[in-house]
Design a protein around this ligand. Structure first.
Ligand code: COA
Length: 143
């Protein structure tokens, strides 16, 4: 048989020992140590390797949970991994809504929110260092 199986992606809650694996591809400033310690960071694994993560703050915006960081290893992009990670955060977060935001130029994040049916809830003009607007989105939670 000449078929190649699709790679299996597992989504799991991060543990302390996973910090170095996240650092290896993380494109964001700072460290995800706090999120991992607090049990608010989800990892995507493929063949025993961490290829993506999503994290949230339980009361990050107006008392509601806030999706804070989302990053997938470059060579694993456009395969639905970010969608799976965001879905894991939606399932784990507690509150009325899960909120997130992104720059007005970040078509990748906007595409993810659109694909998952998140609602655009507002924008703050010129708030970012580069002068771009920040767009806000939310999705309802089970409670
Ligand atoms: C943004 C990011 C997390 C997306 O991860 P991913 O696993 O490739 O995303 P998915 O495969 O789940 O994409 C789902 C949908 O989002 C949209 N999307 C994802 N990446 C996109 C891109 N580069 N440009 C435009 N739309 C994009 C598409 O609608 C895509 O569906 P499609 O592939 O069927 O067209 C990844 O590119 C990344 O880590 N970027 C660097 C960090 C970053 O920008 N994080 C976002 C916060 S600002």
């Amino acid at each position: 048989m000449n078929t190649v199986a699709d790679p299996v992606t597992e989504i799991r809650l991060a543990a302390g020992a996973d910090l170095a694996a996240v650092r290896a591809f993380d494109e964001f400033k700072g460290s995800r140590e706090t999120e991992i310690r607090n049990g608010t960071c989800w990892l995507a694994w493929r063949d025993g390797v961490v290829v993506g993560y999503a994290s949230y703050e339980p009361s990050g915006l107006l008392g509601q949970p806030l999706l804070t960081f989302l990053c997938v290893r470059k060579d694993c992009r456009r395969q639905g991994i970010a969608l799976r990670l965001v879905e894991a955060v939606v399932a784990a977060a507690r509150g009325r809504v899960l909120v997130s935001s992104t720059e007005d130029w970040c078509t990748a994040s906007q595409g993810i929110f659109a694909k998952l049916g998140w609602r655009p809830i507002g924008r703050i003009e010129g708030v970012n260092k580069d002068g771009s607007a920040e767009l806000f989105y939310s999705t309802p939670l089970a409670g």
